[in-house]
Design a protein around this ligand. Sequence first.
Ligand code: NAD
Length: 246
Amino acid sequence: MNDAVITAFAKRLRTARHVTVLTGAGISAESGIPTFRDAQTGLWSHFDPEELASPAGFARNPALVWRWYAERRVKACAAQPNPAHYALAELAQRVPQLTLITQNIDGLHQRAGSPDVIELHGSLHRARCMADGSVHTTWDYDEELPLCPDCGALLRPDVVWFGEMLPRVALETAWAATLDCDVFMSIGTSGVVEPAASLPRVALGRDATVLILNLEQTTAARPPLFTINGKAGEVLPQLVAAAFGA
Ligand code: NAD
């Protein structure tokens, strides 16, 4: 079943003018990084996600929130990009234009060689000054409460928390790429949070061909909407090979 869909979608990819790709936590699952659902396990299972990822939670207990993000950052640094990340970097070389939008904060697309990744939810690898908003890519990782190297105010993880706006430029670029593309791919996202929920629909409304690739059972579809039920790390390399050769 998947093979027939892969063949048909690969054929469409060969003539694509602008491919826009949206990825979620599922694409990094095979790198050993837990998805949002899986992340609430073990040590952290007894914490409410809103305590760990909200401005109010950070105000109440910044040390706890920093500890959670520090652990996630260390895990992301230890993880390696998987074949799905590499396949997207390869695809960018093969099509005239590719825009890669991610909800992930792990930096694995960049490490796989994808340039200009649009990070909708920020990055584990950046911190932001609570006083002046300056962004830092290094800080004192051993500090329980890291401080801004410029002004000494408290730093916070440069990620988007519950209830916060997405970064304006990233969101505008994502919308523009969705409106412009002729092929749209949504990979490893549960698609319940905006704008992930809307982007595939918007692309379909503009007559783009749309692929939804997810591990979980997806509904049957017919062109211009394609769905594949499988692991991103297995399906994406197959797809790129079917479209452009190994
Ligand atoms: P999600 O956890 O809500 O959904 C992940 C989806 O990926 C699920 O639908 C699951 O079926 C699918 N999936 C799991 N393994 C897969 C695989 N191998 N191949 C294909 N699909 C697979 O994730 P989301 O939709 O990205 O939203 C969660 C939020 O949590 C986002 O805001 C994101 O920023 C954040 N988050 C990021 C990371 C990361 O940076 N890697 C990890 C966890 C959570």
